[in-house]
Design a protein around this ligand. Structure first.
Ligand code: ASP
Length: 323
């Protein structure tokens, strides 16, 4: 590879893309890259292994480590972009966290695989090669953290895992930003919400507050919310029914928790809803925040970062409305 080839850093964390054995992702970062000789024709690649876990085991500490490494790598003039390999179960969470804390316009692409390397029709090599192609492409700059699987390019904010098929990653209600066709990334739209270099939620602390997600269902009672409020959680995201709704006893319990200092965010368990304020819950009176179109697991991430800046529900609402 010529010396003026784009320099791409690949950070690996585990997941099915590296899983040679059902219980463990055993392939190292080097193994992953060695398995695709074509990568060396596309870019000058360096690899670092940040973690080697299934993504249900990814922790806030892993996120902080990744963010730190990515921010320092992208501040180097000669690094053009970063690719992160990740298990698909929580890939959308890591990608959205990075979308809010990466401080650069350079491309960051998060990639995984739905099939393990030993399966027939394994998709990891094609996905990783597409991720490197995107990271090398000047059109990927300034679009925030991107996610690619199945030749689709998604915004980290909008994408979610929807099935266990090859086309698992979708942006419900919104659609992909583009596609990779014969190693050529093609973009058709831009994310409009604030992200990466312009984010107001860059890291300013070396730990994050505890925020719980509580899931609603017919007959739900307030006891788990009350337990969260006295167990050191600074915030709760409510995965509500429909428009992020909650039954009357929960409204009262949540209002009380807010009076005692907890931040309460209404999201929806429906796969795409823009939560309407002051509809079936009197958000302004009760001091509730609404999650806009973020799903509950992403609303939790925004709230954790927002709580490092303020506990004022009105200011936190502004973050939800803009990021
Ligand atoms: N359980 C795996 C993980 O998320 C699934 C995958 O990578 O597709 O790590």
């Amino acid at each position: 590879m010529e010396s003026n080839a784009p320099k791409i850093l690949i950070l690996t964390t585990g997941g099915s893309i590296a899983q040679t054995w059902p219980m463990d992702p055993t392939l190292s970062g080097e193994d992953l890259v060695q398995a695709i000789p074509e990568l060396r024709d596309m870019a000058s690649i360096s690899v670092e292994q940040v973690a080697q876990v299934l993504s249900s085991d990814i922790s806030v500490e892993d996120w902080l480590k990744l963010a730190c490494r990515i921010n320092s790598a992208l501040s180097e003039d000669d690094i053009q972009g970063v690719v992160v390999t990740h298990g698909t179960d929580t890939l959308e969470e890591t990608a959205y966290f990075l979308n809010l804390v990466v401080e650069s316009e350079k491309p960051v692409v998060v990639v995984g695989a739905m099939r393990r390397p030993y399966s027939l029709g394994a998709d990891g090599s094609a996905n990783l090669s597409n991720a490197v192609a995107i990271a090398c492409n000047p059109n990927a700059r300034g679009k925030g953290v991107l996610v690619t699987l199945n030749s689709e390019i998604h915004s980290a904010r909008d994408v979610t895992k929807t099935t266990s098929n090859l086309d698992a990653f979708k942006a419900p209600g919104l659609g992909p930003l583009g596609y990779v066709k014969f190693a050529n990334p093609l973009f058709f739209r831009m994310p409009t919400r604030i992200h990466t270099w312009a984010s107001k939620l860059h890291l300013s602390s070396s730990s994050l507050p505890r925020v719980a997600v509580l899931y609603s269902y017919a007959g739900v009672t307030p006891d788990l919310l009350e337990a969260a409020a006295v167990s050191g959680y600074e915030g709760v995201v409510w995965a509500g029914t429909g428009n992020g709704n909650l039954p009357k006893p929960l409204r009262a319990a949540a209002g009380e928790a807010v009076r005692r200092g907890l931040v309460f965010v209404r999201a929806s368990r429906v796969n795409f809803v823009v939560v309407e304020r002051n509809d079936e819950a009197d958000d302004d009176t009760l001091g509730f925040v609404t999650a806009d179109s973020l799903n509950p697991q992403k609303a939790r991430i925004l709230l954790m970062l927002a709580l490092t800046k303020t506990t004022d529900p009105a200011k936190i609402q502004e973050f939800f409305d803009t990021h």
